[in-house]
Design a protein around this ligand. Structure first.
Ligand SMILES: NC(=O)C1=CN([C@@H]2O[C@H](COP(=O)(O)OP(=O)(O)OC[C@H]3O[C@@H](n4cnc5c(N)ncnc54)[C@H](OP(=O)(O)O)[C@@H]3O)[C@@H](O)[C@H]2O)C=CC1
Ligand SMILES: Nc1nc(=O)c2c([nH]1)NC[C@@H]1CN(c3ccc(C(=O)N[C@@H](CCC(=O)O)C(=O)O)cc3)C=[N+]21
Ligand SMILES: [Mg+2]
Length: 294
């Protein structure tokens, strides 16, 4: 058996097309141009991949894109002052501060400074709490993308056994909440979990969000399971280049899984597309417009 490959490039392009159509409508009917501000402090390779494609795709969707690059040694107070300025800037509807922040900066304080209405990463405790309470919320982009990719294989996730490996605020925890909202049965694994292989073997849906290259092996996967690989790991490749690998041993898992996302070309594509969705939703909510049809 060979798994079918879930094509994040195609699914993300289709979603971006729908966002672009709604952006055009909101512009012409209401004179509102959704705007996204990204704040990048210092340099982190994972973040730079993200920022590049994000800038291009925001503009292609007809939205405004603002980039703010700050040195790694920026003062905490100056970073918070920038966030506060973006909070009151009427052309900005979404604010994303790239994580991780360099050492010495207080991530919680910075995230808490973001206006929850503009928190397109869904990281502010107001949004995280609303999501965990089953209330409408801006939800983190990567987990939203994981759900869309899963639903490209399974119309309903009701009653399915899911395992989420990783419990970060950005990926694992919110993904658990979204899966619960879909009525899946969810196991949450992390660095202290025992016998991951055995836990995985129960799962119809496997989500790997660990940050360890190829940690999830093919023989952990229940035959026919759907595997969503969130991991983005840069390894040295041929001719001094780097290559991206996921948290799943892809070639092995292809043999047992029913469907699997590649890296690159899987979840990462959806993260950027869902960021556009969240920015459009935030812009509509801020301007008291009806929720967009995406
Ligand atoms: N495709 C995309 O769009 C995105 C990809 N990523 C990628 O996803 C991965 C995870 O990101 P993120 O959630 O931010 O990472 P974090 O480092 O914040 O969290 C990693 C999680 O994995 C757990 N973990 C670490 N080692 C093990 C282990 N040996 N066994 C089981 N669990 C383990 C940790 O457990 P504990 O809590 O106990 O420490 C932690 O909960 C990374 O590769 C990142 O680059 C991230 C965001 C977006
Ligand atoms: N506040 C915050 N929110 C985030 O969502 C966030 C963050 N900080 N910090 C870094 C991580 C990482 N991340 C990625 C998103 C898309 C790709 C992506 O587009 N990946 C392409 C790969 C592109 C290539 O080939 O280099 C793909 O998988 O196809 C990668 C990584 C978001 N993150
Ligand atoms: Mg990917």
């Amino acid at each position: 058996m060979t798994a079918s490959i879930i094509d994040g490039k195609i699914i993300a392009a289709e979603l971006r097309g729908r966002v672009a159509a709604e952006v055009a409508r909101v512009k012409s009917e209401h004179g509102v141009t959704p705007g996204l501000a990204v704040v990048l402090v210092g340099s982190d390779p994972a973040s730079e991949v993200y920022v590049r494609s994000k800038h291009k795709q925001t503009q292609e969707a007809g939205m405004a894109s603002f980039e703010h690059k700050l040195p790694a040694d920026v003062a905490q107070a100056d970073l918070i002052a920038l966030v506060q300025k973006l909070n009151t800037d009427p052309t900005v509807h979404g604010i994303l501060v790239q994580l991780p922040l360099p050492k010495g900066l207080d991530t919680d304080a910075v995230v808490n400074a973001i206006d929850p209405a503009k928190d397109v990463d869904g990281l502010h405790p107001t949004n995280a709490g609303r999501l965990a309470s089953g209330m409408p919320a801006l939800s983190p982009c990567t987990p939203l993308g994981c759900i869309i990719l899963t639903k490209s294989v399974h119309k309903s996730l009701e009653g399915m056994n899911a395992i989420v490996i990783g419990r970060s605020n950005l990926v694992g925890r919110p993904l658990v909440q979204l899966l619960l909202n879909e009525n899946a049965t969810v196991t949450i694994a992390h660095s202290k979990s025992r016998d991951l292989a055995k836990l995985c073997a129960q799962a119809d849906l496997v989500y790997a969000a660990v940050g360890r290259p190829e940690m999830v092996r093919g023989d952990w996967i229940k035959p026919g399971a759907t595997v969503i690989d969130v991991g983005i790991n840069r390894l040295p490749g041929a001719e001094g280049k780097t290559r991206l690998v996921g948290d799943v041993a892809y070639q092995e898992a292809l043999k047992t899984a029913g469907a699997i996302t590649p890296v690159p070309g899987g979840v990462g594509q959806m993260t950027v597309a869902c960021l556009l969705v969240n920015t459009l939703r935030a812009a509509c909510a801020i301007h008291k417009l009806a929720a967009p049809a995406v």
